[in-house]
Design a protein around this ligand. Structure first.
Ligand code: SF4
Length: 201
């Protein structure tokens, strides 16, 4: 009974994100650019992710921590207003960059702090470069003063404060990038590696 709803929620979320020309998600900017093309061409492979237990566990951890953040604000441990799962977009010429951050805390003095939650099975190489880049883009997209990047792993719970933000030039560079893959390790975890001629072993 619970299992069905887990799949349904994930499927609904995947289906909600219909690809539109000239529209890019923040996640597109921090991963192999070919993945966006393959998502449009082979949507069935994306739907399979709705049944991936690792992704579903990550979603549940997210939900739990988001509720915890709301509780901390409600009970006064964190001063300010909490916004959960905030969506935002910015235009760069003809291109729209869209993103969704896990939470934003708005302090009474106007300071805006982002919170990005990551769950991982391994406590190696934290914080990951692509996550730091993602958070720097969120700082730009949502006009944040800084963000907390928090990792939950079986061995360590740790948070990093990221105050830097990307500029528009850097976002344009990321959009134009043709590095396939963008990171050395990427093909190993890529659902499109079963058909991709650019796969690197
Ligand atoms: S297999 Fe590698 S190169 Fe191909 S889409 Fe995936 S990450 Fe990119």
């Amino acid at each position: 009974m619970i299992q069905e709803y887990l799949y349904k929620l994930k499927l609904d979320d995947i289906k909600k994100h219909v690809r539109v020309e000239n529209e890019y998600y923040v996640t597109d900017l921090v991963r192999c650019p070919l993945k966006r093309e393959y998502e449009v061409k082979y949507p069935e492979l994306i739907l399979r992710q709705a049944y991936d237990p690792v992704l579903l566990m990550g979603d549940i951890v997210h939900m739990g921590l988001e509720s915890f953040i709301e509780k901390l604000v409600k009970e006064g441990y964190i001063k300010g207003k909490a916004h959960i799962e905030v969506e935002g977009s910015k235009k760069l010429g003809d291109i729209v960059i869209k993103g969704r951050i896990d939470a934003i805390i708005e302090r009474e003095d106007g300071e805006r702090i982002g919170i990005e939650i990551k769950s991982s099975r391994r406590d190696i190489g934290l914080p990951h470069q692509h996550h730091v880049l993602q958070v720097k883009i969120y700082n730009w997209l949502f006009d944040l003063n800084k963000s907390i990047l928090i990792y939950l792993t079986p061995d360590r719970i740790v948070e990093y404060t990221i105050s830097e933000r990307v500029g528009e030039d850097e976002v344009m560079e990321l959009l134009k990038s043709t590095s396939t893959p963008r990171w050395d390790w990427e093909c190993q975890y890529c659902i499109f590696s079963i058909l991709c001629p650019k796969k690197k072993s």
